[in-house]
Design a protein. Structure first.
Length: 368
């Protein structure tokens, strides 16, 4: 197993310097799924979780450089695994572990699926050229969350589809180049809006797109009323700086949003690119669907009881699909100033992050 001694499942901590000495899920699903977690002692685990406990196949990297690839049960080394110590003897233990201790030796071979299920499940696969993958598989293809380490020193942690980097992820090259954001078919398409992937799974993530004049609201009624008041003037009072990132989807940042929101921006009209037509604020993301639904219902009820700046509003329609829930509000009497106004509260499943996002929208249905 000497060929994988140079591998380390540890993220480059420099990327997450703000999170040192704090426990956090960096990315993926660290409750009931596959995710990467940074511990307070700077140890790191990438692998399967069950009810928030390391259970299944994964990689644990101690801060001293030692690491373990293999099976876990209830947070302990349990089953077949490989331990490589970063001591003077370069201790190597390959075989069966019980209750966190090495029990007996077993040779896994020099390549192929070393541990786990590399067809439909989570497995650890080593290629003959020393490339290594730890993560999810579907029909023998890397699909889902995982980590790939190339023998030349590059590594990627995030989502895969059909063996390609596809979705939210972080890529680090041996020359120090880093790409943190979204990939599509191995191509980096845009930067992440949040400072780290983990913030999308915390209850109070920080706005990454705010301007210096950004105003955060802790009440959905107050926030949406501020946006509604700006509606007759094409969102002028809530329109922030022009978005210069050509990879992003929206045309302007927003100067307002919910406290702790993920991002806020304004789209242009499809008919006239100079004309703002839709304000939005992605406010929260959850890996637990019940928690997401509860928050979604709370926001809908709160705005339903709100006295809107445009006058009374009613729920025009609701829609429920497998991966999207939407509630549409419109004014009882819109008049000229608020013609085409719609307020939308969405709950959307985001496949590449395996999370549920709540989004607020104020739309001009006439110009959009």
């Amino acid at each position: 197993m000497h060929s994988i001694r140079t591998f380390s499942c540890l993220f480059f901590i420099s990327l997450y310097s703000l999170q040192l000495n704090a426990q956090t899920c960096l990315s993926g699903d660290c409750y009931n799924g596959v995710g990467t977690y940074l511990f307070s002692d700077n140890a790191e685990y990438t692998g399967q979780w069950l009810n928030g406990v390391r259970t299944g196949v994964g990689c644990y990297d101690w801060a001293d450089g030692s690491f373990y690839l293999g099976n876990f049960v209830s947070g302990k080394l349990e089953g077949y695994g490989i331990y490589l110590g970063n001591d003077e003897k370069e201790t190597t233990l390959v075989g069966l572990f019980r209750d966190g201790k090495f029990l007996e030796a077993k040779d896994f071979g020099s390549s192929g699926c070393l541990i786990g299920n590399c067809y439909d499940g989570v497995g650890i696969y080593l290629w003959t050229n020393d490339d290594l993958y730890v993560g999810e598989w579907k029909s023998g293809i890397r699909t889902g969350y995982g980590r790939f380490d190339w023998a030349d020193g590059d590594f990627y942690t995030g989502y895969f589809k059909d063996n390609l980097l596809d979705g939210r992820g972080f890529y680090s090259k041996k020359d120090g180049t880093e790409m943190d954001g979204y990939f599509e078919k191995n191509v980096f398409i845009r930067k992440a809006e949040t400072e780290t992937a983990s913030q999308a799974f915390q209850s109070t993530p920080a706005i990454a797109t705010k301007d210096a004049s950004y105003v955060a609201y802790d009440n959905v009624c107050s926030l949406l009323n501020e946006v509604i008041k700006s509606y007759p003037d094409d969102f002028a009072s809530v329109k922030g700086k022009t978005n210069d990132d050509y990879l992003a989807l929206y045309n302007w940042h927003s100067s307002v949003g919910m406290e702790g929101g993920l991002e806020a921006g304004i789209y242009s009209s499809l008919k006239d690119k100079t004309l703002p037509a839709l304000w939005y604020n992605t406010i929260l993301a959850y890996t637990d669907v019940k928690q997401a639904m509860d928050k979604y219902d709370e926001l809908v009820e709160s705005f339903s009881n709100c006295q809107a700046a445009c006058g009374s509003m009613i729920i025009r329609t609701t829609s429920k699909a497998n991966e999207r829930y939407s509630t549409y509000f419109e004014p009882v009497s819109s008049g000229k100033d608020f013609k085409g106004l719609q307020v939308i509260i969405d709950l959307i499943y985001v496949d590449y992050d395996k999370s549920w996002e709540i989004e607020l929208q104020v739309l001009n249905d006439v110009t959009f």
